[in-house]
Design a protein around this ligand. Structure first.
Ligand SMILES: Cc1cc2nc3c(=O)[nH]c(=O)nc-3n(C[C@H](O)[C@H](O)[C@H](O)COP(=O)(O)OP(=O)(O)OC[C@H]3O[C@@H](n4cnc5c(N)ncnc54)[C@H](O)[C@@H]3O)c2cc1C
Length: 378
């Protein structure tokens, strides 16, 4: 890697997305990141490439391309069948050194969180982890700040350069990577002005998936570079893949989520049962605030929020959840938010489309009845 010079920024172009597959199945983050990558590539005026690693995975390339990629680089090798940090990091770094992308996006899945820092360290570049928003073009970024920040207009209007190593640096081509900081109390936009590629991991469920475009899928360039990989490059061996027997709740794919918070504390089992009943009626799933997970009332796969899942269901019902900033960070993009809380000043009401001030143990059975009636009369 020592010969890799990544400070000559002009040598780097194209946006890449690492496309994760597990046992031949693409992850939902792949489609979200390809869609977002398309937007960034258009802003930069470059191509968007998906980087797909695995064994006999070429068949997945067109599906990925349909969401916006110009090219899918398929790195096929028997030693890439199961994920190992060593093998995947080596192949990705080899590809980056050879083809020099200017940005590399990775899903913040368990694998992405393991892989991206390893690659960034090896490539000697910066990585912004757990991003919730990405921009390149200054005008678009400024509009985002006008909408999402409390910065005064004169500060926003004057943006355009940063001081890097004592010299002014034009940030117009830098990827602006925004993520929560200080426990979610503020959002920080981070740039990587000196090195390429700019690397970001993006939380699943944050970026919107574009509609599938068959024309793009048909016209994509599929390239299959030579993969240089030997068993001696890999220090770990996958002996067996054991799937967790318990079915985890699919929060990110759910259309309806009924979440419980510490408000269920006076009857934990009863509160969760009510949420399950309401979720059943609406064909939804049960979510939770972190308070319930930390207390051991419900398992971590149910947690919504900054350190849980980011969700955008059609309906989000919050039962006994105060609406802390870290919880809102994971659900405020829901299409319709219904909150039940006995405190009329609870912050959740600031973002709720419908707010019900009352005891969830009294209100939820009424909601179940009313929804049942409404569905039966449809
Ligand atoms: C770094 C960091 C990351 C975090 N990540 C997350 C995260 O991912 N997700 C998350 O949720 N939190 C997260 N938190 C925790 C967050 O700050 C809050 O502590 C948590 O969300 C509070 O959960 P809650 O709303 O259930 O509990 P509380 O804040 O205690 O609220 C309980 C609410 O229930 C209401 N209530 C009580 N009884 C009833 C009743 N009978 N009927 C109706 N309403 C009732 C109360 O009025 C109150 O508003 C994080 C914190 C930090 C510091």
């Amino acid at each position: 890697m020592s010969e890799f010079k990544n400070t000559v920024l002009e040598d780097f172009k194209d946006v890449w997305v690492f496309c994760e597959q597990r046992q031949g199945v693409l992850m939902p983050t792949d489609f979200e990141l390809i869609s977002e990558g398309r937007k960034l590539a258009d802003e930069l005026g470059v191509r968007l490439c998906g980087l797909l690693l695995g064994d006999k995975v070429e068949g997945l390339a067109r599906e990925l391309a349909g969401y916006g990629a110009d090219e899918i680089i398929v790195c096929d090798h028997p030693l890439l069948k199961d994920y190992t940090t060593d093998a995947y990091a080596k192949v990705i770094c080899d590809m980056v050194v050879e083809r020099k992308p200017e940005a590399l996006l990775v899903g913040a899945t368990n694998i992405g969180r393991d892989l991206a820092p390893r690659c960034a360290a090896r490539l000697h570049t910066g990585l912004c982890a757990d991003c919730t928003h990405l921009d390149v073009e200054m005008g678009i970024y400024k509009d985002f700040l006008r909408e999402a920040s409390t910065l005064p207009e004169e500060k926003i209007a004057g943006m355009g350069s940063a001081i890097v190593l004592g010299k002014p640096h034009d940030v117009s081509r830098d990827l602006k990577m925004t993520r929560p900081a200080f426990g979610g109390h503020l959002m920080a936009s981070i740039i990587c002005p000196r090195f390429r590629p700019c690397m970001a991991t993006v939380r699943p469920g944050v970026m919107k998936k574009a509609p599938f475009d068959q024309k793009r899928a048909d016209n994509v360039v599929i390239s299959k570079p030579e993969v240089k990989l030997a068993a001696s490059d890999i220090r770990t061996q996958v002996l067996e893949t054991v799937k967790e027997a318990r079915k985890l709740v699919d929060l990110t794919g759910a259309e309806v989520i009924v979440s419980v918070g510490r408000g269920i504390s006076k009857d934990i089992e009863g509160g969760i049962k009510l949420a399950e009943e309401l979720a059943d009626v609406l064909h939804g799933v049960v979510g939770s605030s972190r308070a319930c997970v930390d207390a051991g009332w419900i398992t971590a796969d149910h947690q919504v929020g900054q350190t849980g899942k980011t969700v955008r269901p059609r309906i989000y019902i919050a039962l006994g959840i105060s609406g802390a900033i870290q919880h809102k960070a994971g659900m405020s993009d829901s299409e319709c938010i219904i909150a039940v809380n006995k405190n009329e000043n609870a912050p959740i009401f600031e973002i709720a489309d419908y707010g019900i001030v009352g005891d969830l143990f009294k209100v939820t059975p009424l909601l179940i009845e009313e929804f049942k009636k409404a569905i039966a009369n449809k």
